[in-house]
Each structure stands twice: as C-alpha cells, then as structure tokens.
Ligand binder design. Structure first.
Ligand code: SAH
Ligand code: SF4
Ligand code: F3S
Length: 487
C-alpha cells in the first residue's frame, strides 16, 4: 500500500519506453483525479502559469495537454486544485516574480490543504534556486526541470504515493520524446519546436546552462507535426529554437534551416510561417533567398543585436561585430524591402562605456528597427559575464536605458507609419480587449491591426485597408471582401 492508502502499481506492468510509459501514468493519474472528484463532488481544477519565452509557452501547452488528459478542468489563477509554474530565469526579475506568485499559491493552499503545487522550467535547473525553494517554500509538492516536462503525469502519481517534495532534475538530455498530448492556446496558430537547447554560450546568458546542449528534431517529425496541426485548423506556425539558423547541425540531418523552410512551405493549407530566434552569426544567404521567394514565410525577422559595440560583442561572445551586423541588416532591407526587423538589446553589460553605448544608438538609427526589446543587463550567477569587472553603476544604466528606449520608440513609430493607406493580409487573432466591436489581427510583418468585425472572424485571413496608424499599431477596415468572395 502507498503512504496515503492508494494501491501501489505492479511495476512490471509499467511500460519502459516513452511515450507509452507516460500514457500509462496519465491513466493512473486520471484514476486518482476521478476519486478526488467523487470524494469532493466537484471537478478538480488545474492552472498552468507561464513565465518567459515562446519555448516556455510551447512547453506549457504540453503540460496543459497532459493535465487535460488526466481530467483536470483548466483554470487561469492559483485558485485551483493543482497549480504548476513554468519558470524563467533569463533575468533576475523573472525569478522575483515567481517568488511573489508562490506567496499567492501558499495562501490558497492554506484554504485547500489537498492542493498541489508544482514548479518546472528553466529556474529549476539552477541548484541555488532549488535550494531556496526547499528551504523556504516547503509547501511545494513537485519540482522538475526543462529536460523532463514530459514526465508530469508520472510525477503527479508519485506525489500522491509518496510523502514529501518530489524532485526530479536532469542535468542534460539528448532525448526528445515525441507524440505527447498537447493543448493549444489558439486553434489557428501554433508554436512548433524545431530544436532544443543552445550551444552558443553568450557570456551574459544562462539559457545554455538551463536548457542544455543544442539538439534538432528530425525533419520528418517536424513536418508530420505541422501536417497534423494544419489538419486541425492551424493556419500559422512559429518554428521555435534559440538559434534556428543552426537547425539540422546536431545531429546532422543533412538539412539546413533554409531547407527545412522549403519543406514546410510545401505543406498544403498552411498559410503562414514564422520563426524565432535568428542568431546573426548563422544567418545564411540561402535563408534570405528562401524568404524572398516564399509566399508563406512572414515578412518579419527577429535578429537580436545585443550591443552595437564591436568591443562588447566580443566580450559577449556573439561572434559578429558592428559592421557585420549592419551589413546583414541592410542586405535584408535591400533584398526584402517590406521586411520588418526587430531586435533585442542589452544595456549595461559589464564595462559598457558611453562610447560603446553610442555604437548601439548608431546601429538603431541606421537599421531603423521596427521594434526592439530593450533589457537592463542582469547578472546571472555562473555565467562568464558575472565574474567580469566594471559592472556599470545602476544610475548610469537607467539613464542609458531611457535614452535607448526613446530612440527605439521613435524609429519604430516612423517605420510603422510607412504602411498607412496600404492593404495588407491580416490574421484575425481575437476580439479587442477595450472595444468589443473590433477584431485584433496581425499582419505578416507582426504589426497589430484593429478593425470592425465579429467573433466568428477569428482565425480567418482578411485583406485590411490600414486607414490610420496609431503609434505602433493600426486601425483598419475590411477591404474588398465582396469582390474576393466572387473570385
Ligand atoms: N536565443 C535568443 C535569445 C534568448 S534570451 C538569441 O540569442 O537571440 C532573450 C533575450 O534576453 C536575449 O536576446 C537578450 O537580449 C536577453 N538576455 C539574455 N540574458 C540576459 C541577461 N543576463 N541580462 C539581460 N538580458 C538578457
Ligand atoms: Fe542565450 Fe546566446 Fe543562446 Fe541566445 S544564443 S539563448 S542569447 S546563449
Ligand atoms: Fe526564460 Fe528559459 Fe526562455 S530562461 S527566456 S524561459 S529559455
């Protein structure tokens, strides 16, 4: 008998191979949840709370799929019977936000002592964070990392069978488990992992330590997944990887990222292809050529700059310099004139001088980014940059950050305004949150448009006249729909 009176499973019946092993545990967990439902006379609920990037968002869809198959009813907040936080640790503020939310979960657990709280994702791959949770957040039931999210059902079963915190952390893995359940957030668009991990070791970045070594998924697995998504109504896919431009190198599938895009393009019924993130050092001419010819690849490239100073780029281990970045960005603008280029910039990297910062401003002015995410450098323990001298004083960093933000907002605004009066294809993504008579959609270049419409239009592609630019987004109206219907 297990510690709480549940019957222990006969281990000989547990399949050894994945995904069968997890499908077995999904069934077992479903039995437990059903018993809880019967006991309480209500459905058990579960919330997946996600921090961080698109990779984490996609992982959360997998967690949600497993929870759905176990029989939990999905809810949004910590007022739930099962809460899982999929954590991020790329900057310290992500960690601080998690600790805040754990306080909320703890208050809920005091009201509902059978509630279970789980933590997974990037922050859990850091031993110091796990130590802190064990020491000060003893009410947490399950901890696992980025390499074994597919094991959620098994860990839930363990947590009902055993006393104490269940901790299952792997340092690394070369395994990719295919064909697990997934619950998509949007019916009409989906992220698709094409690779996991990162081998670039930019000196400020913790991702390679918490996500492990780079490994690509087999092209056939990716294409099959997209075909299934399209059959299920998906019109747009976002191919995900920390550095998609090195797709297919590890393991060597004899296929480049550009080659993969060509194959994805052939999938009938798929309308739009996006991808994230491109590392400038690996962006090939072949990729530019494929994008240029394509009808489906969106006119958007996210190309993180990080800094405009060649001196800092070297210290950052980015493996390109200011001139190479500028040449690449300007080539993209020349080859694909309607492309939007967005970027990430870090302010206050150790040793950053005013002159280095001026180089960053110079690149922003010359490339005219359509949008830029600006970050204040955050020291991540264990990365080479954390040990560098000359950490920049906080007031200097903030002052530079404000100057950069103003410049990127000005350039983004002037870039956005260029499309006023044109007709663009827009994917309707949802109803406007402030005004229920408007639909919010996205253009190929990733810009948002609001236009009069109804909920049944969500998921459809429409030709929209961009009548007015309001800073970073547009107000538009349907163009020519009647004419199109007769085509
Ligand atoms: N793989 C992607 C980036 C993933 S992290 C790439 O290489 O482009 C997303 C962004 O977070 C990075 O582009 C960087 O700008 C920022 N970032 C990463 N580590 C950071 C740190 N220690 N402090 C501040 N920003 C950081
Ligand atoms: Fe981090 Fe660099 Fe890898 Fe991006 S490429 S995840 S910034 S180490
Ligand atoms: Fe954060 Fe992990 Fe993504 S650290 S940014 S969630 S890869």
């Amino acid at each position: 008998m297990g510690s709480n009176g549940e019957t222990q499973w006969n281990t000989s019946e547990i399949p050894a191979e994945e995904p069968d092993r997890q499908l077995y545990f999904v069934k077992k967990a479903a039995g437990i949840v059903k018993r809880e439902n019967d006991r309480l006379g209500r459905m058990q609920t579960a919330a997946v709370i996600t921090f961080g990037c698109q990779m984490n968002a996609r992982d959360s869809e997998k967690l949600s799929g497993i929870l759905r198959d176990i029989g939990y009813q999905p809810v949004e907040s910590e007022h739930a019977d099962f809460v899982i936080y999929n954590t991020c640790t790329v900057r310290d503020n992500a960690n601080q936000r998690l600790y805040g939310r754990l306080g909320v979960a703890h208050a809920e657990k005091k009201k509902n002592p059978r509630m279970k709280i789980a933590l997974c994702g990037c922050m859990m791959q850091e031993p110091s964070a796990v130590e802190k949770i064990k020491k000060s957040y003893g009410f947490v039931d399950i901890i696992f990392g980025t390499h074994n999210i597919f094991k959620l059902a098994e860990l839930i079963v363990n947590s009902y069978e055993q006393q104490g915190m269940i901790i299952d952390l792997w340092d690394n893995t070369d395994k990719i488990v295919e064909n697990l359940p997934v619950e998509r957030k949007y019916p009409f668009k989906s992220g698709v992992n094409i690779m996991f991990g990162c081998d670039n070791f930019c000196s400020y970045c913790i991702v390679p330590y918490v996500r492990g070594r780079e490994r690509s998924r087999r092209p056939s697995d990716i294409l099959l997944e997209i075909e299934r998504l399209v059959a299920d109504g998906v019109k747009e896919v976002m191919l995900l990887g920390q550095n998609v431009n090195s797709y297919g190198k590890k393991p060597d599938y004899g296929m480049t990222f550009a080659g993969l895009l060509r194959e994805v393009e052939k999938i009938e019924g798929l309308k739009r292809i996006r991808f994230m993130t491109s590392h400038p050092k690996d962006l090939s001419d072949e990729l530019i050529a494929v994008m240029k010819q394509s009808d489906k690849i969106c006119r958007h490239l996210h190309l993180p700059l990080q800094s405009g100073s060649s001196r800092l780029l070297k210290l950052m281990n980015r493996r390109y310099d200011k001139e190479q970045y500028l040449a690449l960005a300007l080539k993209l603008r020349r080859e694909i004139p309607d492309i939007s280029i967005t970027t990430d910039i870090i302010v206050g990297f150790p040793g950053e001088t005013e002159e280095d910062f001026q180089d960053t401003l110079d690149v922003v002015r010359r490339v005219q980014f359509d949008n830029a995410f600006t970050f204040i450098y955050s020291k991540r323990t264990g990365t080479p940059a954390a040990a560098m001298e000359d950490q920049v004083p906080e007031d200097v960093v903030h002052e530079r950050f404000d100057r950069l933000l103003k410049l990127v907002q000005d350039t983004a605004r002037s870039r956005a305004a260029l499309m006023t009066g044109t007709v663009q294809e827009v994917l309707a993504e949802g109803m406007n949150e402030q005004d229920a008579s408007l639909v919010t959609g996205r253009m190929s270049n990733n810009c948002l448009v609001h236009f009069p419409g109804t909920p049944d239009m969500i998921g459809g592609l429409y030709r929209i006249l961009l009548s007015e630019c309001r800073g970073f987004y547009y107000i538009g109206r349907l163009y020519d729909q009647e004419a199109e219907k007769h085509e």
